[in-house]
Design a protein around this ligand. Structure first.
Ligand code: SAH
Ligand code: SF4
Length: 349
């Protein structure tokens, strides 16, 4: 089997070179090429032809090919549908902020978690992505736009903590000084709340921002929209979040998609405020994105301000998240689903 060379840490690459009878410094050279985003071994011009041939024989470089690209006419947000070697597809979104470019990448093709409001969740699960396939999404966006990405959010398709080892490998690789050198403080990881993995992540004491998709103040409402809650209920999740706070000193961002008549009443806000009181936390209120077939609608405008006021009473700051690329369905899962439906239609004709 060929080695996925871009997923290797530098010390593993050194071992590979030693196995090939090559000097150790070759590893640093190759590592640099891989993380600059070369897509073939031929481009490694300071590596001998003999070694390049050996690499072609034994290894491969993961690449993300652009299948589709949508550009928002409102704010220049770019949404990509990428495909990998086996034809599997994922979405990724490139956003421009005043402080630079942020890429929102996928960690799995599909998702097992089945959240009822989420297009990805409704589409089922195909497979985990490798660390190199996560890197490849960023590299493809940098190349396509001639830019450097400075911030990353793991908020695309998939549940990052359900692909823990590959995600941690990606985090360590992307923040490597010899590689893309994007520091942990510039990376956010969003989870639906896989409690044991939150403890594990906390113990690693990475300086990541953790976003927790809470979306409801109690088990009754949360279990209706997020099946994961049946396994890891709200109280357990919030305990894990407090542990994360304590271990890392980092503030947690709670995501709260406001759904009309489901989770947006004043009593929901009060219950949320009581439960988050005393935590180092911020709440991001997101008008839920309407996904066809789910039957959910965005909350009425006044609900957001009401939540902000009630939460402030418990010392919790809340803001409404600016939605970028709303004309191109920038929230993930929808483009892939549409692409599959289109393909299915073509195939069925
Ligand atoms: N699986 C992870 C990360 C990917 S989802 C998680 O669930 O956190 C990224 C974010 O988009 C999550 O906060 C998720 O709850 C939210 N999301 C999914 N579908 C949405 C929709 N229709 N409207 C608004 N937010 C949505
Ligand atoms: Fe998966 Fe996150 Fe979508 Fe839930 S919201 S189905 S965890 S991608």
């Amino acid at each position: 089997m060929q080695t996925d060379i871009k997923s290797l840490y530098e010390n593993e690459l050194t071992e590979l070179m030693t196995g090939f009878g090559e000097p150790k410094y070759r590893a640093a050279q190759i590592f640099r090429w891989l993380h600059e985003g070369v897509t073939s071994f031929d481009k490694m011009t300071n590596v001998s032809k003999k070694l390049r041939e050996k690499l072609v024989e034994n290894c491969y470089i993961s690449n993300a090919s652009i299948e589709k690209k949508l550009i928002s006419s409102y704010d220049d947000t770019r949404k990509y549908l990428f495909s990998f070697f086996d034809g599997e597809t994922v979405e990724s979104v490139l956003m421009k902020y005043h402080h630079g470019y942020t890429s929102c990448i996928s960690t799995q093709a599909g998702c097992k978690m089945g959240c009822t409001f989420c297009a990805t969740g409704q589409g089922g699960f195909s497979r985990n992505l490798t660390a190199s396939e996560m890197l490849a999404q960023i590299q493809a966006e940098q190349k396509d736009n001639g830019i450097r990405i400075s911030n990353i959010v793991l908020m695309g398709m998939g549940e990052p903590l359900d692909n823990f080892d590959n995600v941690v490998r990606f985090l360590r690789l992307v923040s490597c000084e010899n590689g893309m050198n994007i520091g942990m403080r510039h990376i956010s990881l969003s989870t639906c709340g896989i409690v044991p993995r939150i403890y594990e992540l906390a113990d690693m004491k990475l300086q990541l921002t953790l976003s927790v998709s809470l979306h409801a103040p109690n088990d009754d409402i949360r279990s209706r929209t997020m099946p994961v809650n049946k396994k890891y209920p709200v109280a357990q999740l919030l305990d894990a979040c407090r542990y994360y706070n304590a271990q890392t000193g980092r503030r947690i961002s709670f995501e709260y998609a406001m759904i009309d008549g489901v989770n947006d009443s004043d009593s929901c806000a009060t219950e949320l405020g009581k439960k988050l009181k005393g935590m180092i936390a911020h709440v991001n209120l997101i008008p839920v994105n309407t996904v066809s077939g789910t039957g959910y609608r965005k909350s009425k405008k006044d609900r957001q301000q009401s939540f902000i006021n009630i939460l402030a009473g418990y010392g919790i700051t809340a803001t409404v998240r600016r939605t970028l690329g709303s004309d191109i369905n920038a929230s993930c899962g929808q483009l892939r689903r549409k692409n599959r439906q289109d393909t299915a239609t073509i195939g069925g004709e």
